[in-house]
Design a protein around this ligand. Structure first.
Ligand code: EPU
Length: 345
């Protein structure tokens, strides 16, 4: 395996040839010239060397296996709704799971669905069939895979609570693991570096469809009232301090920071734990500078170390080592194919 820095300076032509060969052999679409600004909901972030877009779980698993064998660094992206990628050039492969969506297969109270399937769509599908347990998640604009990766939660529901089995890539193949073998914590799971989540079987709870639909409407109403919508955000930027009962949004609000602006990034006037971006000139560095200022003030004024809820994706392993050396502050996981120091955040 090579480090990210070595990757960017040496053998890049060889690496590109290997990538093209893998893409052609597996019949997977590989694109150059994409930017995180197009692929993430914050609409900021720099250029990406390669974006792979497999369409099936099997193809995604085979791809991950090939990239691993070739020692090519890769990182998985779903809907990009929980990622702040920096403005520089990212010299690795992004494995986009958005096209691995298939259809949701319902059988009794179970549903089997692929990682790229839209989470809001799944929640609607389930509600229509009279299946409860995920209706609180209906407004999270992510993929099922992203929700599993971070154990997404909202309005009393967490996806980890209803997982029966998860399909992950292992040695180029699709392997099924039991949900009980995975740790499902507050916005964090035990999925590790190099583990690619391909799909899931959820076991939901039969209930009256009309009642579930009603609960979804209520959750939507609450969300519309308390959270920004229609703006470019990555959801809550920080976790609430675990076990404290404190709300980060309320703390930032109480410091008077709503509406605070740094370049094209600002603290949402609706919910202070949302950083929103605006305009073509918005940069990831604006959002990051604002976030770090919030953390600094909360540290100083409340003595609390805020943990990022969004993932901070660094283009450069050395920067990552300097600025966020701690896994726990960033919820970080290492990037596959990149040795230590690089935090996926
Ligand atoms: N509050 C303020 N000012 C604000 C924001 C909130 O005073 O600017 C107050 C609220 O009035 C309320 C309390 O703080 O009394 C808690 O706020 P809220 O109900 O919005 O909950 P939250 O803890 O801020 C959490 C999740 C959200 C999730 C909602 C609803 C985290 C970090 N956030 O927000 O998740 O949608 O509960 O269940 O756990 C996300 O994960 O991206 C996310 C947005």
């Amino acid at each position: 395996m090579t480090t990210l820095m070595q990757e960017s300076t040496t053998n890049s032509r060889e690496r590109d040839a290997a990538i093209e060969e893998i893409a052609a052999r597996l019949g997977v679409r590989a694109q150059r010239g994409r930017r995180f600004a197009e692929l993430t909901s914050l609409r900021v972030g720099g250029a990406i060397d390669w974006v792979f877009a497999p369409e099936t779980e099997e193809a995604a698993a085979a791809l991950a296996g090939e990239l691993e064998m070739a020692g090519i660094a890769w990182r998985v992206l779903g809907a990009g709704s929980n990622v702040l990628a920096d403005d520089e050039e990212h010299h690795y492969v992004v494995l986009s799971m958005r096209e691995v969506k298939g259809t949701a297969l319902f059988e009794g109270a179970r549903v089997s669905v692929s990682a790229g399937y839209s989470l809001p769509r799944l929640c609607v599908d389930a509600a229509r069939r009279g299946l409860a347990g995920i209706e609180g998640l209906g407004g999270i604009p992510g993929t099922v895979g992203g929700a599993l990766w971070m154990n997404a939660g909202a309005f009393g529901h967490e996806i980890g609570n209803v997982v029966e089995t998860v399909r992950v890539a292992c040695g180029g193949r699709v392997v099924e693991v039991r949900g009980s073998e995975i740790e499902w914590n507050y916005r964090h799971t035990s999925f590790r570096d190099g583990e690619l989540v391909l799909g899931v079987t959820l076991r939901l709870i039969p209930d009256d469809s009309a009642k579930i639909v009603e609960r979804m409407a209520e959750v939507k109403r609450q969300r519309m009232e308390t959270q920004p919508h229609g703006s470019r955000s990555a959801g809550c930027f920080f976790k609430n301090p675990p076990g404290s009962g404190l709300s980060t949004g309320r703390m930032i609000d109480e410091m008077g920071m709503k509406g605070e602006k740094r370049g094209g990034a600002s603290v949402s006037p609706v919910h202070a734990n949302f950083i929103v971006t605006e305009g073509d000139d918005a940069r990831a560095s604006d959002a990051f500078a604002l976030a770090e200022e919030i953390r600094e003030r909360i540290r100083r004024e409340r003595g609390i170390e805020l943990e990022y809820e969004v993932e901070l994706w660094r283009s450069n392993a050395n920067d990552a080592a300097e600025s966020t050396s701690e896994e726990e502050t960033s919820g970080g996981r290492k990037m596959s194919g990149i040795e230590e120091k690089e935090e996926q955040s």
